[in-house]
Design a protein around this ligand. Structure first.
Ligand code: PEP
Length: 256
């Protein structure tokens, strides 16, 4: 049985004080039943992580970072190492389409980061997804399958909890045009089949696969009704505490 996850990607938003206020509202609004049924993760900017680690201590809300480098230390100005993050958070988003698009992150770099995160004990939330051109050309399933295989090409997976996938069609991110639940299920089913081939069926059935792209409290119920979708990676709506906590409640009820 996979525990659903609702993870918020705050991207490059909020001051530290705004982030603390947002985190506290999320943490203090959620009921014990909701956080027992759904794993809740907030991924703020790096500058917020140590402060929020203190806020998160003793609560059920987990912390994640939005990126990391694949080397342990050294002359990499501006980068942050997996070991630095492992002290203060549990998860790290890797391969988000904005990193692939604006920072030239290739499948090779994503694979190096995934391997290093797992080796360091961080749990990567690995993002995959197709552009609108690839969707319209009809080759979205092979495209995403290739991204999944590439992401896992340099690591060994020793437990289903070691990683999470997020299927995020690029055309749905920040556009208000979420994929239909059926379209998301089609690709997420293919991801799960691919995981079976890469890490074995036993793990594949237990690895969480999220949907991401304009998910809100209005559509999360439809995604949760699909058999392979285990929650959402949430961008814009994760900055609104009432919407984000409503999504957690709806996900908890859907699997309750
Ligand atoms: C994201 O960027 O991971 C995302 C899903 O964004 P949004 O929910 O705003 O589409």
């Amino acid at each position: 049985m996979r525990t659903p996850m609702i993870a918020g990607n705050w991207k490059m938003n909020t001051s530290v004080s705004e982030g603390v206020a947002l985190f506290r509202t999320i943490r203090d609004t959620l009921s014990e039943e909701a956080v027992a049924a759904v794993e809740v993760v907030c991924c703020p900017p790096f500058t917020h992580v140590p402060t929020l680690a203190t806020e998160a201590a003793g609560s059920s809300v987990m912390l994640g970072a939005q990126n990391m480098y694949f080397e342990d230390k050294g002359a990499y100005t501006g980068e942050i190492s997996p070991g630095m993050l492992a002290d203060v958070c549990t998860y790290v988003i890797i391969g988000h389409s904005e990193r692939r698009q604006f920072f030239n992150e290739s499948d090779e770099i994503v694979a190096l980061k995934v391997a290093k995160a797992i080796k360091t004990g961080l749990r990567p939330i690995i993002c995959v997804g197709e552009s609108l051109d690839i969707r319209n050309a009809g080759s979205y399933v092979p495209h995403v399958v290739a991204q999944v295989k590439a992401a896992l090409s340099k690591c060994s997976v020793a437990s289903a909890d070691a990683l999470v996938f997020a299927y995020e069609p690029i055309w749905a991110i920040g556009t208000g045009l979420a994929a239909s639940a059926g379209k998301a299920q089609e690709v997420i089913y293919a991801i799960r089949q691919t995981l079976g081939a890469c890490v074995g069926d036993a793990y594949a059935q237990d690895i969480r696969i999220l949907y991401g792209g304009s998910s809100t409290d209005e559509n999360i119920g439809r995604f949760m009704a699909e058999s392979d979708i285990d929650g959402a990676l949430v961008g814009g709506a994760s900055l609104k505490a009432d919407t984000f906590t409503a999504m957690v409640r709806i996900a908890a009820e859907a699997r309750g």
